[in-house]
Write a protein that binds this ligand. Sequence first.
Ligand SMILES: NC(=O)c1ccc[n+]([C@@H]2O[C@H](COP(=O)([O-])OP(=O)(O)OC[C@H]3O[C@@H](n4cnc5c(N)ncnc54)[C@H](OP(=O)(O)O)[C@@H]3O)[C@@H](O)[C@H]2O)c1
Length: 339
Amino acid sequence: MPTREPQNRQFRLAARPQGLPRRSDWSFITAPVQPPGAGEVLVRVLYISLDPAMRGWMHEGKSYIPPVQIGAVMRALGLGRVVRSQSPDFREGDIVTGAFGVQDYATLPAREVHAVPPGIAPLPAFLGVLGMPGITAYFGLLEIGRPVKGETVVVSGAAGAVGAVVGQIARIAGCRAVGIAGGPEKCRYLTEELGFDAAIDRHAEDVRAALERHCPDGINIYFDNVGGPILDDCLALLALHARVVLCGAISQYNSTGPIKGPSNYISLLINRARMEGMVVFDYMHRAPEALRAIGQWIVEGRIKHREDIVEGVENFPEAFLRLFSGENFGKLVLRVTAE
Ligand SMILES: NC(=O)c1ccc[n+]([C@@H]2O[C@H](COP(=O)([O-])OP(=O)(O)OC[C@H]3O[C@@H](n4cnc5c(N)ncnc54)[C@H](OP(=O)(O)O)[C@@H]3O)[C@@H](O)[C@H]2O)c1
């Protein structure tokens, strides 16, 4: 009997979403697996990273990276196993990361693929604490935030992929870490498991009043993952020479009207403070430096991590929306097939 060629299930962008994306904004199709050409590898995707940035990549406007074109496979970072290689740099069986897209198989140039070192953590962690979000937290806090021992660092989205690492690195740097997250379970996780000094439940508490309580000397660094009213609350409480790291603004990503800017920006003037955007791609050439440090902290038990794994590539649209409802608890990852 002839062996059946594997099929490649793919989500392709079908429409530019208005507001929260819907399943109909993608088409879910099956295509033949594309054999690798010279210098290319064929990767069986094992895990797909679900990142808030993917919402921005669906949008047509100017950004730090071109948008996904209508009809193209939805862009996503992923982790997989090389199943065929036409490159001297990779062999069958190698575990690799890259921008594989929301699909079962990716064929791409070997130079766009990175080997995953064996051993120190389960594979999905290489899409979180030991991947792009970890690198974002490391350079965003240390190079844009520049923490000084004894300072107070506030981070929003604190139980998420980037935020959880920011708070733990802040503690390692000798700072007080105050996290803002959604729900009592996440807040308990921050203080009881990750060692944050305080956690604020953005659903149950008045965020501004809680910040005043937990940051009596003001906020020295605000690491912003969410934008919107929480950014305003933090701006109102800045300390002298504070730094605001603009990492993300998830509260605004599905907005159909104009983006809500901070109304408390004059606090930057009064406090001689700095607010600066960061894009992790600018630091990718230094990724090994961040990953060495974070890896060492994991081995020493000083950084803990948590992944939230959803099964099945076919569940991509619904799983992706968990980022915007706050249902994800830790780095959100889609498992495509067993390791
Ligand atoms: N600049 C860069 O290079 C870069 C790189 C990576 C990520 N980012 C940004 O960093 C941020 C965090 O990314 P991540 O991957 O770590 O995601 P994540 O924190 O794991 O997941 C997103 C979290 O955002 C919170 N959230 C969702 N909607 C919100 C709203 N309307 N108001 C307040 N909070 C809301 C929810 O947490 P709670 O319900 O617990 O609050 C949700 O769990 C995103 O804005 C992302 O775009 C930027």
